[in-house]
Ligand binder design. Structure first.
Ligand code: ATP
Ligand code: MG
Length: 175
């Protein structure tokens, strides 16, 4: 059972800033020489700048991406399920016997909402995680079961996004 110091933090909502808030925590923790393990679901490799962080330069932040590209309606879910299950096995290992101080499960809501990982399994694994381990969950439409177990929940609200004026995703800012 996690002790009192191990928090569960949720960044959800439709506005920009969920993943980058988690990265901000990793950066803050780095200043404290704490280790952060980031697991990204539903994302291919090298889609985003954080996946290119150099382990030699920043050995205390590790980023693992598990995804099989975009999952659209009508697609065969098998490769996506396989990628998510592989990711989840890596997460379970980190939760039970890893060395991270903070674990980030990025876009975990989508993995649950697409039926790739059962919410109940996540809740069970988190409740038996190493004592003191903090966990950050990000993604839109966070399932109620994961909201229920969180200590801190922030709902990012879109007021405006540059996407809407057709500016497209900006390197370094958005990916
Ligand atoms: P970020 O990674 O920038 O913190 P996020 O994690 O909050 O964003 P996601 O839903 O994961 O948001 O979206 C990932 C990408 O979509 C990012 O490039 C982000 O800028 C962009 N994005 C975020 N919010 C919106 C929005 N409301 N409309 C369009 N695009 C968005
Ligand atoms: Mg995100």
């Amino acid at each position: 059972m996690a002790d009192k110091e191990g928090l569960i933090i949720v960044f959800t909502g439709d506005g920009k800033g969920k993943t980058t808030a988690a990265l901000g925590i990793a950066l803050r923790a780095l200043g404290r020489r704490q280790r952060t393990a980031i697991f990204q679901f539903m994302k291919g490799r090298e889609r985003s700048g954080e996946q290119m962080l150099d382990k030699d330069t920043i050995p205390l932040i590790e980023v693992h991406a598990f995804g099989a590209g975009f999952l659209r309606e009508g697609d065969d879910p098998a490769p996506h399920r396989k990628a998510a299950e592989k990711g989840w096995r890596a997460v379970e290992e980190e939760l039970s016997s890893g060395s991270a101080d903070i674990v980030v499960l990025d876009e975990i809501s989508h993995a649950v909402n697409h039926g790739l990982i059962p919410a109940g399994q996540i809740v069970r694994s988190l409740s038996s995680r190493r004592a003191g381990l903090h966990v950050v969950l990000t993604g839109r439409n966070m399932p109620p079961d994961l909201i229920d177990i969180a200590d801190t929940i922030t709902d990012m609200k879109e007021v405006r996004h540059a996407y809407r004026s057709g500016k497209g995703a900006v390197l370094g800012i958005d990916y």
